[in-house]
Design a binder for this molecule. Sequence first.
Ligand code: 8YV
Length: 317
Amino acid sequence: MSDKKADVLVWGPVHAALTQNLNRDFNVHNRWQIQDIDAWASEHGDRIRGVVTSGVYGTDNALLDKLPNLQVVNSFGVGYDAIDTAYLAKRGIRLSNTPDVLNNAVAETAMALMLCVSRRISEAERFVRAGKWTSGKLPLGNDLCGKTCGIVGLGKIGKTIAKRAAAFDMTIAYFRRGQPYSDVSYTHYADLVELAKASDYLIVIVPGGADTQHLINAEVLKALGPKSYLINVARGSVVDEQALVASLLESGIAGAGLDVFEDEPNVPAELLNLDNVVLTPHIGSGTYETRQAMADLVFANVSRFFDDGELVTPVSL
Ligand code: 8YV
């Protein structure tokens, strides 16, 4: 069933190696370069058999409706909350993502943010660059060693973070509704507020989507308290951003390390002037090695699908 010249719609600019491979083996149509995509889809949409997108771009059902012969969506990224899986399931369209290959990079980002807020690294840098070292002193930071790292979402990335935090001599605890995992000995909390109370650093790494929308709310932040930090490397939607801003402005928590936001690339203006907040532009998986591995995995999925109808890393819908 090899069909290497299938027509594929690419949603937005993707990794260069992926672009090159797709252009070599498929008839690629770049959505963002087509001026009137609706008119184009009405005329040519029936040719499209595959869509390549990312966790950030997602998809849009109104456009997918215009692709009647669509068989597969291949997404660059592990999170697929921006893709309507119920819609795909209804139409019998398959979906792949890029699990595992980014576990280390995202875990390293979480560690970086935790170290950064805790030891005031960004603030210290700004202090030196502004020439303030000659006339003043930076306040002290906090050790990670001996503290409790609470993990919200002990999946594959969460476990990778736990291993690294344990190597920093932190105590690991995690939130999971219901029963604890049987393959780890970390402290289990079935109640998120109780985990927040116990944590010095609360790291959020659950999937985004309706189930986790605003899981981290004012009550959780209050439980975290004025001496503890929030780190979010999951999705902006998991944290009630207004509640977080309010908490930070009232010193309700000690600080935050945020890689993701509710309305990317927009960041609440109130956060920009806070020294106890470290802000990064969704760089969790953003290393050369990891992005190459993600690009290779997306391509392997597209190729495999048009070779034999299977996916390397399917999402079960
Ligand atoms: C983005 C991510 O997908 O994997 C995820 O879920 O959030 C990231 O890796 C990636 O940045 C999209 O380009």
